[in-house]
Design a binder for this molecule. Structure first.
Ligand code: UDX
Length: 470
């Protein structure tokens, strides 16, 4: 998030010098090379236009912080895995050390901007660290959460729905807000720049992600009911979404939401509600995560129950591992829970994803919960390997050869145009398709001979007779 945001800022504000700093040398080397450390459509073009002019990448963190007027902090804020608030609260270790470093090296007043998603009132804590170590220097803290989504980051940065800036209600606070607003005003219409107090800005980011995730859990809860009643979730979502008060976006039923933000931010929100003595509000948001977990497990259970209640020793093809299409990102991908559940039932998995590397898949299936957000050396990997039960292959035909069933877990476009006749001929019979993203043409596949399960759609007679365990 830091890299693309700052690159776009450099492009839009040629008179401002932007330096992206990171303690990781390989990452900075990648930013300075032809192979950027992340893939985002349009990013390379932006970086090439500005790098060496007013956009620089460096590991000399202290020097550049010392020289700067505004410091944006985009460090990771993982979910705590141990101690107080484990499994819910954000771990602010990296944020705190960044703040201490800023205080240490600064010799002039600075605006420090919170870019990472953080629990509400983090700014207050950071402000304390900065002022207690400031040696008389003035720091103004602003919250400026980012709403970009992966795969559309550059587009989102060029044309944001809004830019949100939160700051102190003092003269100095308002002056800092104005300084940051003037930066964004280079390309964002001023009426789309919302200025609030610090806490509103911090909370709005968590709230926005919680609302988006809640829509998906709502439609996914409906998908279970659709399967039970014979309604079609796509038709229901369309009918509901045409109400202009509701709107059509984020109503696609799926095997569950993933990604680095949704679950983490909701868990954070839950923790904050609990800490503020609001258990009812906490329980409300908890349900969004629970329905997501239910949806992933319901899908895996459907696979097992359809195949005579056992997948032991059976080959099952997994098509798609990334948390959504057009990315190689696997953080919190629903594929992890589905695969682990099938492995626990002794299935043999053959996994294919157009973008995700084998090493990543193996790591994800062996890693402890929430560890993905910590530096690699700190990640705990399960001692017992999953190697014998999991095979990672390089195309969908190899993955499905001799398989009893195939599961579509990411909505990659290429899965729509597979030669399903060829796939069917090479599979064991009866051949099952479990579509967790509603991307395949179920009618066509049934004509070929497949037994097809599509999330939230009227069930095949075969599946109706099998116990649907959740
Ligand atoms: C999200 C927010 O959209 C973004 O504003 C925030 O800054 C970061 O988190 P991202 O994680 O990149 O962005 O992905 P997003 O496109 O929102 O999708 C999240 C998950 O929800 C994916 O697993 C996706 O497949 C799933 N999803 C999305 C659904 O299951 N159904 C939908 O209708 C939409």
């Amino acid at each position: 998030m830091g890299g693309p945001t700052m690159a776009v800022m450099a492009l839009k504000c040629p008179e401002i010098e932007v330096v992206v700093v990171d303690i990781s040398e390989p990452r900075i080397n990648a930013w300075n090379s032809d192979r950027l450390p992340i893939y985002e459509p349009g990013l390379e073009d932006v970086v090439k236009q500005c790098r060496g002019k007013n956009l620089f990448f460096s590991t000399d963190v202290e020097k550049h912080v010392f020289e700067s007027d505004i410091v944006f902090v985009s460090v990771n804020t993982p979910t705590k895995t141990q101690g107080l608030g484990a499994g819910k609260a954000a771990d602010l270790t990296y944020w705190e050390s960044a703040a201490r470093m800023i205080a240490d090296v600064s010799k002039s007043s600075k605006i420090v901007v919170e870019k990472s998603t953080v629990p509400v009132r983090t700014a207050e804590a950071i402000e304390k660290i900065l002022t207690h170590n400031s040696k008389g220097i003035e720091f103004q803290i602003l919250s400026n959460p980012e709403f970009l989504a992966e795969g559309t980051a550059i587009k989102d940065l060029y044309n944001p729905d809004r830019v949100l800036i939160g700051g102190r209600d003092t003269a100095a606070g308002q002056k800092a807000i104005k300084a940051l607003r003037d930066v964004y005003a280079h390309w964002v219409p001023v009426e789309q720049i919302i200025c609030t107090n610090l806490w509103s800005a911090e909370l709005s980011k968590l709230a926005a992600n919680a609302f988006l995730a809640q829509r998906i859990s709502s439609v996914n809860a409906m998908s279970a009911l659709c399967e039970a009643t014979g309604a079609d979730v796509t038709q229901v979502a369309h009918a509901v979404g045409t109400d202009t008060r509701i709107g059509p976006k984020f109503l696609n039923a799926s095997v569950g939401f993933g990604g680095s933000c949704f679950q983490k931010d909701i868990l954070n929100l839950i923790y904050i509600c609990e800490c503020n003595g609001l258990p009812e509000a906490a329980n409300y948001w908890k349900q969004v995560v629970k329905v997501n977990d239910y949806q992933k497990i319901r899908f895996a259970n459907r696979v097992v129950s359809s195949m005579f209640n056992t997948v032991s020793g059976k080959k099952i093809a997994i098509l798609g591992f990334a948390f959504k299409k057009d990315t190689g990102d696997t953080r919190e991908t629903p594929a992890i829970d589905v695969c682990n559940r099938l492995v626990a039932d002794k299935a043999k998995l053959s996994i294919y994803d157009p973008q995700v590397l084998e090493e990543q898949i193996r790591r994800d299936l062996s890693m402890a919960r929430f560890d993905w957000d910590h530096p690699v050396p700190l990640q705990q990997i399960k001692a017992e390997g999953i190697s014998e039960q999991v095979n990672v292959v390089s195309d969908a035909y190899e993955a499905t050869k001799d398989a009893h069933g195939l599961c579509v877990l990411t909505e990659w476009d290429e899965f729509k145009s597979l030669d399903f006749k060829k796939i069917f001929d090479n599979m064991q019979k009866p051949a099952f398709v479990f579509d967790g993203r509603n991307v395949v043409d179920a009618v066509k596949l049934r004509e070929i001979g497949f037994i097809v399960y599509s999330i939230g759609k009227p069930l095949d007679s075969w599946l109706k007779d099998m116990p649907a365990v959740a």
